[in-house]
Write a protein that binds this ligand. Structure first.
Ligand code: SAM
Ligand code: SF4
Length: 327
């Protein structure tokens, strides 16, 4: 079992399968995109499988989330998921997506053994959605969600990054969506890890404000729904609703105490903390012919870069964005 220097068990790997994306969300990346990682520097399927099977799983990682960039643009992803799902010891295999390519892939992803899906939607208004994502088509995302529910992804979460002055007037619309549909909406505070100029101009809306707005109309109750992977979200529910509401506060209230995660970037760098610049080159070791013991030791050593708490006040420089690290 991996235990960091602050006695936190590390069981959850967020694995980026690509840094590239078909969208350009305002807070995440500039309109022209970012400098993509060259193809030959990106982990190949066999390399990912070796690292999971011989390094992370033996160290006690049991939950894996595939992310990016946009994971659904990686070629052969369903087959890779199938291989991962066949590994003994993985109790939860999930994926975060912008949903644009979800409808045609949902059935194949379910058959491959993917357990859960998070879909990001920052507006339920087609034009506004297109503005925020710089060109995304909301109807395709909603069709993806419908298809995912139809093929049995029952714990489907919808991630909403609250952008002050842009989509915060839709908090009630998102909340009321859970009355009709079994979707689990998660309101997330915008972080300063993407387009910093954009963040500085907008700041963030504390999730307490979102909760208070919903409570103007509905008496929220704590949800006792046994949803896997709630992580740092506080889960509430409108009484009688089909879905739930989650509130994630990375800015106003950090959840470092319960952090159980480690990240692996698409180019095979271990990132022990999203908010710290240090990275450890695991892929370099693998490609250099290191033994599995050496690679496990590197993962253990990388936990030294996991602080007890990250400090927003210190205003640390962010060297790579969420999409480059694996959000
Ligand atoms: N492309 C996929 C998606 O959008 O779901 C997966 C990668 S994306 C980086 C993962 C999540 O990070 C998304 O829900 C996105 O909204 C969120 N995200 C990206 N930049 C963010 C920021 N600056 N603050 C808060 N959340 C952010
Ligand atoms: Fe792409 Fe996701 Fe970033 Fe939007 S949030 S630009 S969909 S990686």
């Amino acid at each position: 079992m991996l235990i960091d220097n602050h006695q936190r068990p590390i069981t959850y790997l967020r694995l980026s399968v690509t840094d590239r994306c078909n969208l350009r969300c305002l807070y995440c990346m500039p309109a022209e995109g970012l400098d993509w990682i060259p193809h030959d520097a990106v982990m190949q399927d066999d390399e990912i499988m070796t690292l999971l099977e011989h390094v992370f799983l033996p160290l006690g990682v049991s939950k894996i989330r595939l992310t990016g960039g946009e994971p659904l643009i990686r070629k052969g992803l369903p087959r890779l998921i199938e291989r991962m799902a066949a590994l003994p010891g993985i109790t939860d295999l999930s994926l975060s997506t912008n949903g644009i390519f979800l409808a045609p892939l949902a059935k194949r992803l379910a058959e491959a053994g993917l357990n859960r899906l998070n879909v990001s939607i920052d507006s339920l208004q087609p034009e506004r959605f297109s503005t925020i994502s710089r060109g995304g088509d909301l109807t395709r995302v909603l069709a993806g969600i419908e298809q995912a529910l139809a093929v049995g992804f029952s714990h489907l979460k919808v991630n909403v990054v609250m952008i002050p002055g842009t989509n915060d007037d839709e908090i009630m619309d998102f909340a009321e969506w859970t009355l009709r549909e079994a979707v689990h909406v998660r309101f997330i505070e915008m972080m300063h890890v993407g387009d910093r100029t954009f963040f500085d101009a907008r700041k963030f809306l504390p999730v307490e404000a979102a909760m208070a707005r919903i409570q103007e109309r509905y008496a929220l109750e704590s949800s006792d729904r046994d949803l896997v992977g709630n992580g740092p979200a506080r889960i509430m529910q409108i009484p009688g609703a089909a879905g739930t509401l989650g509130f994630i506060s990375p800015m106003s209230r950090t959840f470092c105490d319960t952090c159980n995660r480690i990240r692996l970037t698409a180019d095979g760098q271990i990132k022990a903390c999203l908010m710290r610049p240090q990275e450890t080159d695991l892929l370099g070791l693998l490609r250099g012919g290191a033994s599995v013991e050496q690679m496990r030791e590197l993962v253990i050593a990388s936990l030294g870069f996991k602080p007890e708490h990250h400090d927003w006040g210190a205003n640390l420089p962010i060297h790579r964005t969420m999409s480059q690290i694996g959000g």
